[in-house]
Design a protein around this ligand. Structure first.
Ligand code: CO
Length: 271
């Protein structure tokens, strides 16, 4: 049975983010040689922007539909999400559309996000500590910037915060849209009289959130907020999809999704 991989990202019109995805794509091809892998972007706004720039991209549903027309029998979908939030849920819903009805595959599976709950905190924390910023000294803080969500999936960030704090009290997790805020971290850093903090994306690629909301010059950027509190701030401008240890977690999620397909995931015969 013809087996394919569909990788899913939010999407970004920024070059730096594309390089990140490209690196992840290389890792997928190295780990699952011969299995065709293609991309879908969940953000309609980004897809329109890319289309204006002459780059055609697909939504998840569109990509799956194309694969159905190309006679794939089974597809393993792997989103590059950090937690099971609203976006991840919509990928699940898109995949569900291809499980029955006229365009059903024999099987469609969806790999998990980076972390689903407390059980994943330890491995993700391992990845955090394996990729601490170069030049970070023991008395410097490291603040991981997650997206955050109103969705129940937000609790995965709490589990990670607990785990990293247990290992090193100067490593923090905060999010843009969830319960853990940069304001709280700032207060804790100033109370602890920390002089320097590294900001590290807990996001798959260094797109707009990293370039503007984390490292931008505006008054609301995390860099500005911590700088204003008197800290020296250094920003790491890479996404997790590039780091070996984080990328490996997503690759393992994809391996599970491939295992869950009905038939063996054999590469198609060359045409
Ligand atoms: Co966002």
């Amino acid at each position: 049975m013809k087996t394919g991989i569909l990788l899913v990202a939010f999407g970004s019109s920024r070059q730096l983010a594309h390089l990140s995805l490209r690196q992840f794509d290389d890792k997928v091809r190295a780990r699952f040689p011969g299995l065709p892998a293609r991309w879908a972007f969940t953000s309609g706004v980004i897809r329109e922007r890319l289309a204006d720039a002459g780059k055609k991209t697909d939504s998840v549903a569109k990509a799956l539909q194309k694969m159905w027309f190309e006679k794939y029998g089974q597809v393993a979908v792997q989103p590059l999400h950090t937690v099971p939030g609203a976006e991840y849920s919509s990928v699940l819903a898109d995949a569900d559309q291809f499980r029955s009805g006229p365009q059903a595959f024999e099987a469609v599976t969806v790999g998990g996000p980076l972390m689903t709950g407390p059980a994943d905190a330890s491995r993700v924390a391992d990845a955090v500590f394996a990729s601490l910023p170069e030049g970070r000294e023991a008395h410097d803080a490291v603040v991981l910037m997650g997206h955050g969500t109103w969705h129940a999936g937000d609790s995965a960030y709490d589990a990670l915060l607990m785990e990293v704090q247990r290992r090193d009290p100067l490593v923090f997790v905060a999010t843009m849209e969830g319960r853990l805020t940069i304001g709280d971290v700032r207060d804790r850093l100033t109370a602890a009289q920390v002089n320097k903090a590294f900001l590290v994306p807990l996001l798959s690629v260094p797109g707009r959130h990293v370039q503007t909301d984390m490292a931008g010059d505006g008054p609301k950027s995390w860099r500005s907020i911590l700088t204003k509190a008197g800290l020296e701030v250094e920003c790491v401008m890479r996404g997790m999809a590039e780091y070996g240890e984080f990328a490996d977690i997503w690759l393992d999620r994809l391996a599970v999704a491939l295992d869950e397909l009905e038939g063996p995931a054999v590469p198609p015969e060359p045409a």
